[in-house]
Ligand binder design. Sequence first.
Ligand SMILES: [Zn+2]
Ligand SMILES: [Zn+2]
Length: 338
Amino acid sequence: MSRLRQDLATRTWSIIAKERGKRPDDFAKTKAKEKPKPSYDAKCPFCRGNEDKTPEAVFSIPAPGAGNDKDWVVRVVPNKFAALAPPEPGTDTGREKTGIYLEMGGCGAHEVVIEVPDHSQTIATMSEEEVARIVHTYRERFLELDRSDWNQLIIIFRNQGKEAGTSLEHPHSQIIGTPVVPQEIRRRLEEAQRYYDDHGTCVHCDILHHELAEKTRLVCSNAGFVALCPFASTVPYETWILPRRHASSFGVLTEEGADLLAKLLRETLLRLHHLLGNPDYNYVVRSAPHHSAGEPHFHWYIEILPRLTTRAGFEIGSGMNINIVAPEDAAAQLREAL
Ligand SMILES: [Zn+2]
Ligand SMILES: [Zn+2]
């Protein structure tokens, strides 16, 4: 019999309906054999040497001992097809009425983090040093974008592979700053606030303590962070990386914390990579909106969602997911994966 499980933080239900005999190999097999990628692709706008194919960099890290700025190891550029962009000085950034409807100018930010010069890599195959540079870059850009008046919410995310919606192969992440706090985020904040009112504790701190004692859903951990498969996982092998110490905003991450996060992010993705044969996935840094930074009830974390199954009519109609791999099984397999 299947089980319905509720996420303690969002009160969203998932149906855990284990498909008997489903092994990690079955997911790996569904992915068509891909030919190895080259280290350099002349047509790729993100490869080193093709810098003229993108807008000018807003941030970059030069290669150790680099002679010029063409010799970068991380490069951040505005997205060429930006969903949101900083407003021109003097433009109206307020809301406007259109009949009974509301609209506003698309001010915000949309940046691409080009993670490494090498076209063929992915985080799981990068060195610890390379991943550390990426996390430090996230931190730098988060702090910079957070200083703007119009970036209410900053979302750092990575889409890996076609199933996850990426159009470019070159290893990259994206950062979007939005001028509004979306309804879904507001709902999460309200639920966290409600939990805090009832218990006097942060819901994710409580989840963390419970999972560390319970152990069955733990994947791996270090001094700063814990990776686990959540109790009400919405998709097979969903994994969260939570900071051990309560903080609502990603922006408070220290340099040392960024190193620890990079280590655990790489290890978690490497485990998924080994177990599931380089799966497509999305990850998202869930951080409090600008005006809720410092709240005792909201806890930032990274949510990794492998794209192994398709969201279809039932999921769209109900807002509930059917997950065919129990998180306890997923975590056990991920612990064994390395
Ligand atoms: Zn490339
Ligand atoms: Zn907390």
